[in-house]
Design a protein around this ligand. Structure first.
Ligand code: NAP
Length: 332
């Protein structure tokens, strides 16, 4: 593994992190035994930047991670998030009545719950999962900065923030990381957000860098179960799915010509976009984890980047990343 500094904090994070969400939520059935083996294998591979959130599996993802985190606390840089809530019972991804609450009042409760589930005293990186349209960002980040003073949190992050919110947040307290969706198929951040993070010295953490598995060309969309979040997303249906299967097949062919897998090529592509990027591909399997770590060895030339763009341009009907349900949580 290679390492990169988180913002200008002096913290050395693996250049490829690990997204843990799918171990307990969003992508079908959980397998805790394989997930724990995957977390341990991440340690062996030197992958020290792990990503979770309080809402993944309604807290069960943080509990699962604690099994490997606690005995290896000094080897792992743990990031978690607060800000999504559910009314009544249900799941944040499928069927639950989800809403954003990034108020100081909820944050104070949420952080205690995360610390308890993770069984640690300090969270390394604490994100607001979404900007709350009803709470000024200054109030959210102001309250988060109190957690730093109290020693409950070390660094602060935001997810899916607008450029304006990010700038206002930085005026209150240093923001170490911005986590937003970025992959070959989701390019919204390229125009403003990515250059802004670079200018502000903030690490950009792309989530879903494998387009939730689609770009790997291995995802059998017809087999997605009803508890799989992707089954309801536009890109996995109808005309968009047709387009995307052609796109990912062409991308896979290009990966073969580079003697790597499509997943490795997709991760290498994201990393090649800016030097302040640390992607967090998600997996619950040792096999994929090892494969994804191999992206560190993939070097892309300017010609490769051009050829990859040409493939994406050939199949433009990719479809929106979210349905209306998820889109309403992203502040425009
Ligand atoms: N801030 C936010 O709002 C937000 C939103 C979404 C995600 N996230 C974070 O970002 C992390 C990564 O995003 P993600 O998990 O949504 O999407 P992703 O990393 O783009 O893709 C994950 C999917 O790809 C599959 N996969 C992984 N490596 C593979 C390989 N080498 N070959 C074939 N398939 C492979 C996984 O399969 P298996 O599950 O079978 O291993 C999983 O279904 C999450 O785990 C979470 O921590 C944050």
């Amino acid at each position: 593994m290679k390492y990169k500094e988180l913002a200008n904090t002096g913290e050395k994070l693996s250049v490829i992190g690990l997204g843990c969400m799918g171990m307990s939520a969003a992508y079908g059935t959980a397998d805790d035994v394989e997930s724990v083996a995957t977390l341990n294998y991440a340690l062996d591979l030197g992958i020290n930047f792990w990503d979770t959130a309080d809402i993944y599996g309604n807290g069960t993802n943080e509990e699962l991670i604690s099994k490997v985190l606690v005995p290896n606390r000094d080897k792992i840089f743990i990031a978690t998030k607060f800000g999504f809530r559910i009314r009544g019972n249900g799941d944040v991804f499928v069927g639950g009545e989800t809403y954003v609450d990034a108020s100081p009042k909820w944050m104070k409760e949420a952080v205690e719950k995360s610390l308890k589930r993770l069984k640690i005293e300090t969270i390394d990186l604490y994100y607001a999962h979404r900007v709350d349209p009803n709470v000024p960002i200054e109030e959210t980040v102001g309250a988060m900065s109190e957690l730093v003073k109290e020693g409950k949190v070390r660094y602060l992050g935001l997810s899916e923030a607008t450029p304006d919110d990010l700038k206002r947040a930085c005026a209150v307290h240093p923001i170490a990381a911005l986590q937003s969706e970025y992959s070959l198929l989701t390019r919204d951040v390229e125009k403003e957000i990515l250059p802004l993070t670079k200018a502000l010295g903030i690490t950009f953490v792309p989530f879903s860098p494998l387009s939730r598995g689609l770009i790997t060309n291995k995802l059998d969309v017809s087999s997605l179960t009803s508890n799989d979040f992707r089954a309801n997303l536009p890109r996995y249906q109808g005309e968009h799915l047709d387009n995307n299967q052609k796109l990912t097949a062409a991308f896979a062919e290009y990966a073969e010509s580079k003697s790597c897998t499509p997943a490795q090529l997709a991760i290498a592509w994201v990393m090649a976009q800016s030097d302040n990027i640390i992607p967090i591909p998600g997996t619950k399997r040792r096999k994929y984890l090892e494969e994804n770590a191999g992206a560190v060895e993939v070097t892309l030339t300017a010609k490769d980047l051009e050829n990859i763009e040409a493939i994406v341009r050939m199949f433009p009907n990719i479809g929106p990343r979210y349905s209306a349900r998820e889109n309403k949580f992203v502040k425009k």
